[in-house]
Design a binder for this molecule. Structure first.
Ligand code: NAG
Ligand code: NAG
Length: 474
């Protein structure tokens, strides 16, 4: 959209010029200070998105219905799948939930920075580290810091005039490429597969149950009991090279190797990923210790098949796919150990690694393609955890894309222009903690082992780590 009402955005324009002085502008994005922790606050709102109810293989059309949600963390309390794009080597992945009785203490919102954070931020004004950034719209700024366009309406405000953070995020990892691309790529490989060749055979009826609005899973209850530390956090899913516990690696090779489907309407569905991460497979495999090449992608679901509805209802999904539950609940923790070495071997998304999360409904219908065939564009949720925004960059950005502040779209949410350092030669360990008790999401670098249990004290220390702040709009 062409920016047209300068007066309405004058406050914003003032901030962007501040931002251009204090932050670096590189290839369309601002980067401010390096950080080792980003804390999102006020996560969750009442709203709605359009849930897919059918994918018609004869008309290539999808139907949707409106579903509503509300409460702490919503809609990010719904099941999430975890996505990876190369160049990337994954060394560990785990998911934890608090044991019953484990307390998530209210933390002091104005907690001062600890020493390591001060060191990280020494090159900027101290105020900036505790400033609250509210991001409710996306703006685009040229190389001189001039505002060139903005999404409509929403106010962008700062709680602290000393803030040095720019409000410019232009990237999202969800439906970027077109169905046409995957369809074309699929055509040749699909010919070999018995399932495919007869074009748009109607086949999707089978496994899918009708959509329901039950989505807000309560897999993990966030205990807010006070006092004792309880027994900590239990690891329920874990991966290390060659071995998986309760997690399933998938990619988008449906119809090529014995799982998932290909159709002329919707291209390749998701499929089990082979141990190399890039081929399909007929059954679940553990990923080997592999460096995923630039632009290649895989994703992780839980090990629980959607036919098991004891942990929730997957809703509608594309027929004949391996459909697995994601990771649900208001309170949940993900851990990662990974490397993102440089690799310029692809022409698209060249040397732009990323780790992100999607509402698990998105890949189970259509991750890339017609926007009416997934709930993404209407805001069912994406959390970019560590994303390189331009080829060759070593600055990882985190951002939430959902409808918070702009219901029914994926242009709400928010983030910060502070960045994590890309781990090009030695691995980075990180934790991502969804804390339903105070409606926060913490993305931070950590050290130590990811054992089968993490003590409440360890997680509390992680939750106490202050860093860059991003408050979503009320
Ligand atoms: C497997 O993962 C799912 C999703 O997080 C969880 O609900 C379930 O309890 C896990 N199963 C085991 C045996 O830990
Ligand atoms: C976390 O912060 C709270 C309040 O600021 C403090 O009482 C507690 O001791 C801290 N815990 C750890 C493990 O650092």
């Amino acid at each position: 959209m062409k920016f047209s009402n300068l007066a309405a955005f004058s406050t914003l324009a003032a901030f962007t010029s501040v931002a251009s002085a204090d932050c670096d502008y590189v290839s369309g994005n601002y980067y401010c200070s390096e950080t080792d922790a980003v804390v999102y606050s006020n996560v969750g709102y009442s709203g709605s998105f359009m849930d897919v109810t059918n994918m018609d293989e004869s008309t290539c059309a999808c139907t949707q219905e409106k579903v509503t949600f509300s409460g702490a963390m919503a809609p990010l309390d719904q099941e999430l799948s975890v996505h990876f794009r190369g160049p990337l080597k994954l060394l560990q992945f785990g998911v934890y939930y608090p044991s019953e009785g484990t307390s998530l203490k209210k933390r002091d919102a104005t907690a001062s920075e600890d020493c390591s954070t001060v060191i990280q931020h020494q090159h900027r004004k101290r105020e900036a580290a505790v400033a609250v950034v509210e991001v409710t719209s996306t703006v685009y700024v040229d190389g001189d810091g001039e505002l060139v366009s903005a999404t409509t309406g929403s106010a962008v405000g700062f709680s602290d005039s000393a803030v040095s953070t720019a409000v410019v995020v232009t990237s999202s990892l969800a439906p970027a490429s077109s169905a046409a691309t995957s369809t074309a790529a699929a055509a040749s490989s699909a010919a070999a597969s018995s399932a495919a060749a007869s074009s748009s055979a109607a086949s999707s009826a089978a496994a899918s149950s009708s959509a329901s609005s039950s989505a807000s899973s309560s897999a993990a209850s966030s205990s807010s009991s006070s006092g004792a530390s309880g027994s900590g956090w239990q690891r329920v899913s874990y991966y290390s090279p060659g071995s998986t516990t309760n997690c399933t690696f998938m990619n988008n090779e449906g119809g090529t190797a014995g799982s998932g489907v290909w159709s002329s309407c919707f291209g390749n569905s998701i499929s089990f990923a082979a141990s190399d991460g890039v081929s399909g497979a007929s059954s679940a495999q553990a990923l080997d210790e592999v460096t995923l090449a630039s632009d290649k992608e895989y994703m992780i679901f839980s090990g629980v098949d959607c036919s098991d509805d004891s942990i929730g209802d997957c809703g509608y999904y594309r027929g004949d796919i391996p459909a697995y539950h994601g990771f649900g609940g208001k309170t949940k923790m993900f851990v990662f150990e990974f490397l993102m070495p440089h690799d310029y071997s692809s022409s698209t998304n060249e040397d732009m690694p990323a780790i992100w999360m999607l509402n698990a409904k998105i890949p189970r219908t259509l991750q890339y393609g017609d926007s009416t065939c997934s709930c993404w564009s209407t805001g069912c949720g994406e959390v970019d955890l560590f994303e390189i925004l331009s080829s060759g960059s070593e600055k990882l950005i985190t951002h939430i894309h959902d409808g918070q502040g702009n219901d029914g779209t994926s242009t709400g949410g928010g983030g910060t222009q502070d960045y994590f350092a890309r781990p090009t030669s030695s691995s980075l360990k990180a934790a991502v903690i969804f804390d339903g008790s105070d409606e926060s999401i913490h993305v931070l670098e950590v050290s130590g082992d990811f054992g089968s249990t993490l003590s409440a004290a360890t997680v509390e220390e992680w939750l106490n780590t202050s860093g860059s702040s991003a408050a979503l709009s009320s």
